[in-house]
Design a protein around this ligand. Structure first.
Ligand code: NAD
Ligand code: DAU
Length: 342
């Protein structure tokens, strides 16, 4: 692969992938196609824009633009999405536009120009799992996690549009022989994540003198993975993945939300209980957990950043040192949540 398009490459995870490819695969030219919505930020890739990394500002649902770019590439790595559950509960329409229509336009272009396609998706397409404490034997063993065979059961407008986009990809593989793979990853954390999301919201709350906000009782469990590990996994699938296959990406990082808030508070020198319980999210998924054995055993991938406490400390340091990156948006983000009692 000499030329790739990365959709959503100015967002949190997409920009991490662009840096990953830039640093590790010097022979590859990257065209970032990004609409620069509220979640996209040119600053995330500014330092590497030049001969090897180009930014095209545009909509993945713009067929004319997408066709023009697809005619001159070897692969499309598709990250662009509306990605936040809480926003999808407030207004689902951009989620249908980008996640469904945008993916459709990209698939048609990949089909037309016979381009390798990798679709970046989420574990949320599988719905949720019971809490371990409610399972016989407390859910020890891999059997109690999502696998590629778990039936789709999405809960929110966000996850249902991601599920719809996955199914489009599968149909394009079967009906048209598209050279595509899919990955479904668990919750990412790390630098450059928008402050609407759980971990950066709480870190920037503490930095702004606001108490962290925990939805409901905080028993919900997420399976945290450092975004650098997500990037190495996607590259592995792009190079070695079997066409038509789905790979689940995870790093065995299950933590409940209350524990994560307490860890952030402790790491930032605050009292562990200095947070507020706020209104729960409608339809809030209880637990996600990934069984990533297929990716590890068949493609030889292993995560590197498995010390969550250390990764969290590094993330706190980044938000502390990069106030300019997030400060201007903080008031609006908190005003949005305040309207919902969150
Ligand atoms: P993000 O919201 O930080 O970034 C999304 C990017 O897509 C932004 O740069 C935005 O400008 C761009 N974009 C949105 N609509 C567009 C459009 N119509 N045309 C072109 N660009 C558009 O999202 P993220 O958290 O980095 O997630 C990236 C991908 O990874 C998504 O597909 C998401 O479903 C998936 N994913 C995310 C997580 C997570 O924990 N955040 C976990 C698993 C999978
Ligand atoms: O599992 C992968 C998914 O992870 C991705 O597909 C999504 O794009 C990504 O946003 C993320 O979804 P979540 O809904 O799990 O992430 P979020 O950061 O919004 O919330 C994480 C958990 O924290 C969730 O249980 C809700 C809770 N929460 C969130 C916020 C913003 C709080 O308790 N307080 C908060 O202020």
């Amino acid at each position: 692969m000499k030329k790739i398009i990365v959709t959503g490459g100015a967002g949190f995870i997409g920009s991490n992938f662009v840096h990953y490819v830039y640093n590790n695969h010097p022979g590859v030219h990257i065209t970032v196609l990004d609409k620069l919505t509220y979640a996209g930020n040119k600053a995330n890739i500014e330092a590497i824009l030049g001969d090897r990394v180009e930014l095209v500002v545009g909509d993945i649902a713009d067929a004319e633009l997408v066709n023009k770019l697809a005619a001159d590439t070897d692969a499309i790595v598709h990250y662009a999405a509306e990605s936040h559950n809480d926003n999808s509960l407030n207004d689902p329409s951009p989620f249908v536009h980008t996640n469904i229509m945008g993916t459709f336009v990209l698939l048609e272009a990949a089909r037309k120009y016979n381009v390798r396609f990798h679709h970046v998706s989420t574990d949320e397409v599988y719905g949720d799992l019971p809490l371990r404490e409610d399972l016989p034997g407390h859910g020890e063993g891999e059997g109690e996690k999502f696998t590629a065979e778990t039936p789709y059961n999405p809960s929110s407008p966000y996850s249902s549009t991601k599920a719809g986009s996955d199914l489009l990809v599968r149909a394009w593989v079967r009906s048209f022989g598209l050279q595509a793979t899919i990955s479904n990853c668990s919750n990412n954390y790390g630098p450059y994540q928008h402050i609407e999301k759980f971990i950066p919201r709480q870190i920037t709350n503490v930095l702004s003198g606001i108490r962290p906000k925990l939805y409901g009782a905080g028993k919900n469990v997420r399976d945290w993975i450092h975004t650098n590990d997500h990037s190495s996994a996607v590259w592995t699938i792009l190079e070695k993945g079997v066409i038509g296959e789905t790979y689940l990406i995870g790093a065995d990082g299950e933590e409940d939300n209350k524990t994560v808030v307490e860890m952030i508070l402790e790491a930032m020198g605050q009292s562990k209980d200095a947070y507020d319980h706020v209104n729960d999210r409608a339809g809030h998924d209880l637990r996600y957990a990934i069984d990533s054995r297929k990716l590890r055993e068949e493609l030889g991938w292993t995560p590197e950043f498995t010390d969550f406490k250390a990764g969290l400390a590094e993330t706190i340091k980044w938000y502390t040192e990069n106030e300019n990156w997030w400060k201007a948006e903080k008031e609006d983000v908190e005003a949005f949540y305040a309207k919902q009692g969150q």
